[in-house]
Design a protein around this ligand. Structure first.
Ligand code: PLP
Length: 386
């Protein structure tokens, strides 16, 4: 059976060039970058190169990048590390639609000596900037707003938010796990202090991430121990994965144009055709301020999970929400925060493309999905007549 992978916001295929670059660092070059002998030197050089490649992708200085184990660790480092550096400031500001890596941490910290304001979003998943402005107080240590939403692809006005946050003397963090590699980012022109990214969303393996820390930003280490990452993140470097992330950063930088032209056109065609062929469907999220690879659709009168199972039987992989929640039948906190009606929330489907998605993949999905929706509606107690 032909397989079509349209779940790239959950994770991506590791690029073959990335695998090739990593392999020798499991077998032949296994030194510790901190070692003084040549085994150490060989790998230290490659870690330096990888840091340069990640820095190039973000247009920042390599000294502003630390490697972590994943996006979640980067988010935790940013938020906990800032609170650790500003003991007199116990307030945080975030949005209601953040990934659990931020939202669950902020909610946990709120029960443990801190407090937080969660800024709402409108029906299209957009923020009202004046709400952000009002949420920040003199005791706000950090404001954390995602760059782009993992479920809908909606892009927040990060620079506008950042300017407000900075003018109020707080640290500005963005979880850019879904944005890096899909849209151009430039830290030299930005107000962002801290930015999280994750390797497995940009064709590197799972288990590697990075945090951009603007020069001069105070940040207490989250993981303490040795002197690695210039004392900012202890633990012997995960050399092969760091090298993999470096290679992936180099590749996505070269593919940014493809992502924003060809992939965007494929996503638009997929969305338009599905809307044409299926009655009672809506796009969730602002259609203009959106990642080029993501569409989130809701089909009324059907269950998202049923769509997923039938698509999967045809070889098409998609998602009904974020990967973390798709194992449960909990309705998406993002769609609920947007005020999407109950009957639409349950029939939501996220299709996320990548540079490996082809015209044929999209043709097949356009031909396969509408009959699935029709069939499900025929057997649904709510949608028999459709
Ligand atoms: N932030 C966002 C927006 C995400 O989409 C994800 C993963 O889905 C994460 C954070 C967590 O990243 P990781 O899986 O690398 O911990």
């Amino acid at each position: 059976m032909k397989t079509i992978y349209l779940d790239n916001n959950a994770t991506t295929r590791v690029a073959p060039e990335v695998v090739e670059e990593m392999l020798p660092y499991f077998s032949d070059y296994y030194g510790n970058p901190s070692s003084m002998h040549y085994f150490g030197g060989q790998v230290e050089k490659k870690v330096v190169e990888a840091r340069e490649k990640v820095a190039q992708l973000l247009n920042c200085d390599p000294s502003e990048i630390i490697f972590t184990s994943c996006g979640t660790e980067s988010d935790s480092t940013a938020i906990r590390g800032t609170l650790g550096s500003y003991p007199d400031k116990r307030h945080m500001v975030t949005s209601r639609v953040e990934h659990p890596a931020v939202l669950n941490l902020v909610r946990h910290l709120s029960k443990n000596g801190c407090d937080a304001t969660e800024v709402p979003v409108d029906r299209k998943g957009n923020l009202d900037i004046s709400d952000v402005e009002q949420a920040i107080t003199d005791t706000t240590a950090i404001a954390s707003f995602m760059y782009a939403n993992n479920e809908t692809g909606v892009i927040f006005p990060i620079e506008e938010i950042g300017q407000i946050v900075k003018s109020r003397g707080s640290v500005f963090h963005t979880d850019a796990v879904q944005a890096v590699g899909k849209i151009p980012l430039d830290m030299k022109k930005s107000s962002i202090d801290l930015l999280s990214l994750s390797g497995h969303k940009l064709h590197a393996p799972k288990g590697i991430g990075a945090l951009y820390i603007r020069k001069g930003t105070k940040l207490t280490p989250f993981i303490m121990g040795g002197h690695q990452e210039r004392g900012r993140r202890a633990g012997t470097e995960n050399v092969p994965y760091i090298i993999g992330l470096g290679k992936a950063a180099e590749l996505v930088r070269l593919h940014l144009d493809d992502e924003n032209t060809r992939v965007r056109a494929l996503r638009d065609r997929l969305e338009e055709e599905l809307i044409k062929r299926c009655p009672d469907v809506q796009v969730n999220g602002d259609a203009t301020h959106r990642l080029p690879n993501t569409t989130n659709l809701s089909f009324e009168y059907v269950e998202g999970e049923s769509i997923l199972l039938l698509l999967s039987a045809q070889g098409i992989a998609a998602s009904s929400g974020s990967a973390c929640t798709s194992c449960s039948l909990e309705p998406s906190h993002v769609l609920r925060a947007m005020g999407v009606p109950f009957t639409y929330v349950h029939g939501s489907l996220r299709l996320s493309l990548s540079i490996y998605t082809t015209d044929e993949d999209i043709d097949f999905t356009i031909a396969t999905l509408p009959p699935i929706i029709k069939r499900l509606r025929e057997i649904s107690p709510f949608g028999r007549s459709r």
